[in-house]
Design a protein around this ligand. Structure first.
Ligand SMILES: [Zn+2]
Length: 142
């Protein structure tokens, strides 16, 4: 039987999602829950702010309660972490913009990325570089 099925669409919010590395799943999902998963491969990351799903694949959903840290992009999170490697939150960016009219988040992150190096695959729930998200937040707040 051939059914219409798209593996990159969140089963709850129906938004398209991006695949996430098994390394990210292993780093961010609680150990006791990792053991219950059949495998840590092939998960997708749901970025919809009001959707309770964090990671999904057929017959498997990972939610906030299964993770070791809060997902900043979700509406319930506080603080709203944007850069997990160098700890930039939406609150901190907003604070800088209201005090100084600008934020040096991008410069700070870019500078450290080159010198210290970032660890997005282990730290960021998306498993990817945060710069795009940080730019989006700055645009939203400016
Ligand atoms: Zn979703």
């Amino acid at each position: 039987m051939l059914s219409f099925y798209t593996k990159d669409v969140c089963p709850i919010c129906k938004d398209k999602a991006k695949e996430v590395s098994p390394i990210t799943i292993k780093s961010l999902v609680k150990n006791e829950y990792i053991k219950e998963l059949l495998s840590i491969e092939d998960f997708f990351y749901c970025q919809t702010p009001n959707c309770e799903v964090i990671y999904f694949k057929p017959n498997e959903i990972i939610k906030q309660e299964h993770l070791i840290k809060e997902v900043g992009i979700k509406e319930w999170s506080s603080p709203k972490t944007v850069c997990y490697c160098f700890n930039w939150t939406k609150e901190k960016i907003s604070d800088e913009i209201s005090k100084f009219g600008k934020t040096n988040a991008i410069e700070d992150i870019s500078g450290k990325m080159n010198s210290i190096g970032c660890d997005c695959e282990h730290q960021n729930p998306s498993g990817k570089c945060c710069l795009k998200d940080v730019k989006k937040v700055i645009k939203e707040l400016s």
